[in-house]
Each structure stands twice: as C-alpha cells, then as structure tokens.
Design a protein around this ligand. Structure first.
Ligand code: WQD
Length: 326
C-alpha cells in the first residue's frame, strides 16, 4: 500500500508519517504548509505542497504516487478561532474533506483514516466517554469534525471503502524535540510559556465538581496516537467495507492541578499556580473509555504522563533555550 497523509507536516501528522515509515509502510505527505513545517517530513518521504480544496492537485497526486490508502489530518484545529471564523472552519474542514473524498473515490482508494476529536462529544456528563456517548459538539470546530465523520462514513457505505474515524483526546508530547508542537494553545505549552517568563501558571477555575476542583482530561502521548493510526490503517487494508469509530485516549483522568504539579517536577521550576476565572465552554471532565480500540485493534497506550511532559519540555527547550535552567 501507499498511504497519502494529508497534514503530514503538522505536529500530529508528522508523528503519523514517522510511525508509518518505521512500520515499513510507504507514505506520501500532502500539506499546504499553512501551519505545517516541511522539515518535519523525513527526507525519504515525498512531500506534495497543496491544499485539499484543490481537487485536481489531489487527483494528480493520487495517480502519480499510486495511492491506495489515505490518512486525513489536514484541518484547522483551534476551538476559539472556530467560534470567530465558523465559515472558514466549515470550508477547510468540511468542504476540504468533501473535495478530497471526491478525488479519493474516483481514484478507487480502498482505505480512509479520518482524524476526529473528542470535541465531537462537547461537554459529556459521564465518567468515561464511550463511542456510544451522544455527540453534542459545542464549537464549530467540533461540529466540523462530527460532520466529517458523517461524510467519511456515508462515502464508505456507498463505495465499499474501509473507513476509520479516530477521536483523539488531549494529545501531548513528542517523539523528539524537532517534532514537538509549536502552538501555545493548550494547557502544557501555556504552562511552559508562563514558567519560562517566571510567571505563575494559571488554573482556569478550581470550583468544579472534581476531587481537587480543577477540570479533568485524558492526555495521550502523540507517539501512542501515531501508533494507533498504523494499527487502524492496517486493519482497514485487510478488511474492505470496515467502518470503525474509535476513541484514542488512555482512560485515565488527569486534573489541571495534577498536570501543573507534574510540569513543575519535570522542568525543575517550582512556581505555584494562580487560580483565575473559569474559561467559558470548558467541560468538567472528558476521559475516554479506550476499551473499543483495544478490542478492535489490540492497541493500548504505552506511555505515561511523565513521558508526555518530559518530551514536550525537551521540544520547548529546543525552541526556547532560555527556559532550560529551571
Ligand atoms: C485543558 C484544561 C483548561 C490552559 C482542546 C479542544 C480539543 C482538542 C484539545 C483539538 C482545561 C485548562 C488550560 C491554562 C488551564 N483540540 N487550562 N490553564 O480544552 O480540553 O481541549 O484542545 O484539536 O478539541 O477543545 O484542552 O489544553 O486547552 O485545556 O487551567 O493555562 O486545562 O481550562 O480545563 P481542552 P486545553
């Protein structure tokens, strides 16, 4: 098989490319480099610079590289930005996917892995979120991911293409410093940034109904996540018509306070956090049940919170050497 990995120059996409290459799968990256970084793509993997909205370019790429499977990660992923620019998010994430699927089905591609998100669940009120928990996204970003799942599933049903929608929980860490996330949009990098400036990290609310009053999330190491893509791709390859929807998490809740404690321990900083107002739209607790993917694919996360924070910190120090002293 040859796998086209859209968004393969992005933080998660590049980890998927590396995991696929390490597993001996042939890969081609398709990325518009709007947020992707060309240097993340291994030199032996071809990089085609193009947008998924450009159907002709996608079609030519599929033909030229004799692509037989697609892993689609190219998308906009900032929840806050999606509130301000919903039409942009629908265009990039939904129309981009529709155009891609048109080219993919015309080319007779047999397998399609879709990058979805726990954002499809919105603010679930269950202890562990299963794939049967009702989807109720609360942001345009989450809506585009849910609509994307529908598009992918409907296309698979109509054409026989095997499909998988992978619902990522909170992704963190890096395989090595150069592959780390460069955005400062999530808890871990936001805490790193505050510590680097010798400022206290911020806890957005400590009056939630959780053991320590702070919100609880399920953090998953990006290398584990990438390995889940390899497992999904291989399952689709051998089972035409398969239709999977899978949570990718560890099934373990970590509170904001626990995360900040871990970060302080790993980095050598010891700046106690300050508590600020709740951030609108935050769910109290979002923790995956990771049972289905274990049953379906035999995949389980291997890396723990310390691995995630330590590798994310190495990536941060790589770009912010002044942060290193602790
Ligand atoms: C985690 C917790 C914050 C910063 C979002 C998207 C999701 C996915 C991942 C997709 C929350 C708290 C944060 C800070 C804090 N994105 N926090 N102080 O909101 O769970 O998920 O990113 O591609 O779809 O919704 O992640 O890392 O922003 O926040 O207290 O300085 O940390 O309030 O409780 P979230 P996050």
């Amino acid at each position: 098989m040859t796998w086209l990995i859209t968004g393969g120059a992005g933080y998660i996409g590049a980890h998927v490319v590396h995991a696929m290459a390490e597993a001996g799968e042939r890969a081609v990256v398709y990325d518009d480099l709007s947020t992707g970084i060309a240097e993340r793509v291994p030199p032996e993997v071809p990089l085609v610079v193009g947008s998924v909205l450009d159907g002709d370019r996608v079609a030519r790429t599929l033909a030229e590289h004799e692509v037989t499977g697609v892993v689609h990660l190219a998308a906009k992923k900032q929840v806050g930005e999606s509130m301000d620019r919903p039409l942009h998010y629908y265009r990039e994430n939904v129309e981009g996917l529709r155009v891609l699927l048109e080219a993919v089905t015309r080319a007779g591609v047999g397998a399609f892995v879709f990058s979805s998100s726990a954002a499809v669940y919105g603010t679930p009120d269950v202890d562990l979120v299963t794939e049967e928990t009702p989807c109720a996204p609360i942001s345009p970003y989450g809506e585009t991911k849910l609509a994307g799942e529908w598009l992918v599933r409907a296309t698979g049903r109509a054409t026989g293409m095997a499909t998988a929608s992978l619902r990522y929980f909170n992704v963190a860490g890096a395989a090595r410093p150069e592959l780390a996330d460069v955005g400062v949009f999530n808890l871990i990098p936001m805490v790193f940034e505050r510590l680097t400036r010798q400022e206290p990290p911020r806890v957005f609310g400590d009056d939630y109904p959780t053991p320590d009053g702070t919100c609880v999330r399920d953090y998953i190491h990006v290398v584990d996540l990438a390995e889940a893509h390899v497992a999904a791709a291989r399952a689709l390859q051998s089972s035409p018509g398969l239709d999977l929807t899978l949570n990718i998490g560890r099934g373990e809740g970590v509170s904001v306070r626990e995360m900040i404690d871990t970060i302080n321990a790993v980095t050598g900083y010891d700046i106690p956090p300050t508590v600020t107002a709740r951030r609108p739209g935050d769910a109290v607790r979002v923790v995956a049940s990771a049972d289905r993917i274990a049953t379906e694919l035999g995949w389980r996360a291997k890396r723990d919170l310390h691995d995630m924070v330590a590798s994310a910190w190495q990536g941060w120090v790589h770009r912010h050497p002044e942060a290193a002293h602790g």
